[in-house]
Write a protein that binds this ligand. Structure first.
Ligand SMILES: *[C@@H]1O[C@H](CO)[C@@H](O)[C@H](O)[C@H]1NC(C)=O
Ligand SMILES: *[C@@H]1O[C@H](CO)[C@@H](O)[C@H](O)[C@H]1NC(C)=O
Ligand SMILES: *[C@@H]1O[C@H](CO)[C@@H](O)[C@H](O)[C@H]1NC(C)=O
Ligand SMILES: *[C@@H]1O[C@H](CO)[C@@H](O)[C@H](O)[C@H]1NC(C)=O
Ligand SMILES: *[C@@H]1O[C@H](CO)[C@@H](O)[C@H](O)[C@H]1NC(C)=O
Length: 394
């Protein structure tokens, strides 16, 4: 009885709806029976003319945009396209590109590191020195990815003993992997490769590529990682990627992830977000980028000290990264890739990067997801607080 009663109601509603629409359309046709309103056809262009920027990176990125945009094919010949468009540089050029010396007007006055970046920025494939082909055979739920340097043995060990301990956390599989580059013989660094090989064999958690591991090459680390991820771990649900001097509350992160809604699971990208970033123009700063190289604002980006995102998004970042020219600052680069996907990172108060209270209490760490920066010794102490069962935090 009840069921049929409901059906009856639905029928009534359907009838009511039809009547409503009939009335609506009827009114519409009766009103529009007079002279038909003219349809406005735009005679002038109604889309925005692209603003051709003069800075080196912007120009080259615009060239990439055109190459990847099929709609632009018809206009390659037109006056819309600036004359530098026909420059025929290959997209993956793995030798120094000496033309940048003339393409960037103040190239000779730039800091050496930046000059170096510009010479090699077209190359994104380097040989793998150490790999872990079966790393994800246990299908981790959460992959902790740590950017490290060869000489940071103590930081890696402290992470393994604390937040990066592989295994089951809150009933989910967690695994940790360290990303490393190498050095050149001309860097005059002690040769630690032998020790690293031992470490890699022992722990089986090190990936190393054959490129010079410097600050401006961190973006390279990012794109090499995305390649590796797509190949080795494409089914991983979530990825945390961060520096080797942070502490991560793995428990809190897993609990947070278990709570996500279906939609959030796919497009998750959270961290400590910088909204109105722009290039620093003071040559003395680490992040200095001159006007001749880049102009404009940075898209919203999450600090590279640590952010959390979905495996699904990692795969999308991998594919879109081929359409974004390498940029010397890795977290800005990731923001640029997200922007190309039409996404932006979301701020989460659990990520503490700036203005850290020096006297954080044990209970404060319990409520956070990540804190930057901490020494290996601090990691051990703080972790003992996080896992202490008798700590009563209300
Ligand atoms: C480009 O323009 C020239 C002359 O305006 C024309 O001869 C040529 O066929 C055009 N090329 C393409 C690809 O449309
Ligand atoms: C490419 O651009 C240069 C100027 O930058 C121009 O002189 C040359 O004719 C162009 N080549 C083609 C094939 O359009
Ligand atoms: C552990 O997780 C699995 C699914 O991943 C679930 O089926 C199981 O019930 C969980 N066990 C506990 C104790 O929560
Ligand atoms: C990045 O790595 C490549 C390959 O080792 C090297 O040639 C280049 O100098 C490095 N760039 C920087 C900025 O260190
Ligand atoms: C998960 O959700 C439950 C219930 O909605 C809430 O009590 C708990 O605080 C949440 N945990 C986290 C880590 O957000």
């Amino acid at each position: 009885m009840r069921v049929s009663g409901r059906r009856h109601n639905i029928c009534c509603m359907a009838v009511a709806f039809s009547v409503f629409f009939c009335v609506l359309f009827g009114l519409h046709t009766s009103f529009s029976s007079g002279p038909r309103p003219k349809i406005l056809v735009p005679f002038n262009r109604f889309w925005r003319r692209l603003l051709w920027r003069e800075s080196f990176w912007n120009k080259e990125q615009q060239r990439l945009d055109i190459l990847h945009n099929p709609l632009f094919n018809w206009s390659r010949n037109s006056s819309e396209v600036p004359d530098w468009f026909n420059n025929t540089t290959p997209l993956n050029l793995c030798k120094p590109d000496y033309r940048v010396r003339t393409q960037i007007r103040d190239y000779n006055t730039l800091p050496e590191q930046l000059q170096d970046f510009l010479l090699y920025m077209r190359c994104r494939t380097y040989p793998t020195l150490i790999d872990q082909p079966n790393f994800c055979h246990k299908k981790p739920y959460l992959l902790l990815v740590v950017k490290s340097l060869v000489q940071h043995f103590d930081r890696r060990q402290a992470i393994r003993e604390t937040w990066g301990r592989a295994g089951i956390v809150a009933n989910r599989t967690v695994a940790t992997v360290f990303l490393l580059g190498s050095s050149l013989s001309t860097d005059y660094l002690p040769d630690l490769q032998g020790m690293l090989s031992h470490e890699a064999k022992f722990h089986k958690d090190i990936i190393q590529w054959h490129y010079r591991d410097t600050f401006f090459n961190l973006t390279l680390k990012e794109v090499l990682f995305l390649d590796w991820f797509r190949q080795r771990c494409p089914h991983t649900r979530y990825v945390f990627k961060g520096d080797d001097d942070v502490i991560v509350n793995t428990f809190r992160i897993v609990e947070f992830l278990k709570n996500l809604s279906l939609h959030q699971r796919k497009e998750l990208f959270i961290g400590s977000v910088i909204m109105d970033g722009e290039p620093k123009r003071d040559p003395k700063l680490k992040y200095f980028i001159p006007q001749s190289v880049f102009e404009g604002q940075y898209p919203p980006y999450a600090s590279g000290a640590g952010y959390l995102f979905s495996g699904n998004l990692a795969l999308r970042l991998h594919s879109v990264s081929h359409r974004v020219l390498l940029y010397p600052i890795d977290d800005v680069y990731t923001g640029m890739c997200l922007e190309k996907l039409g996404l932006s990172p979301e701020e989460h108060s659990g990520f503490k990067i700036f203005d850290i209270d020096d006297n954080m209490t044990p209970c404060m760490y319990r409520g956070l997801m990540m804190v930057h920066s901490r020494t290996p010794l601090e990691l051990l102490t703080i972790w003992s607080w996080i896992v202490k069962p008798e700590l009563d935090c209300q």
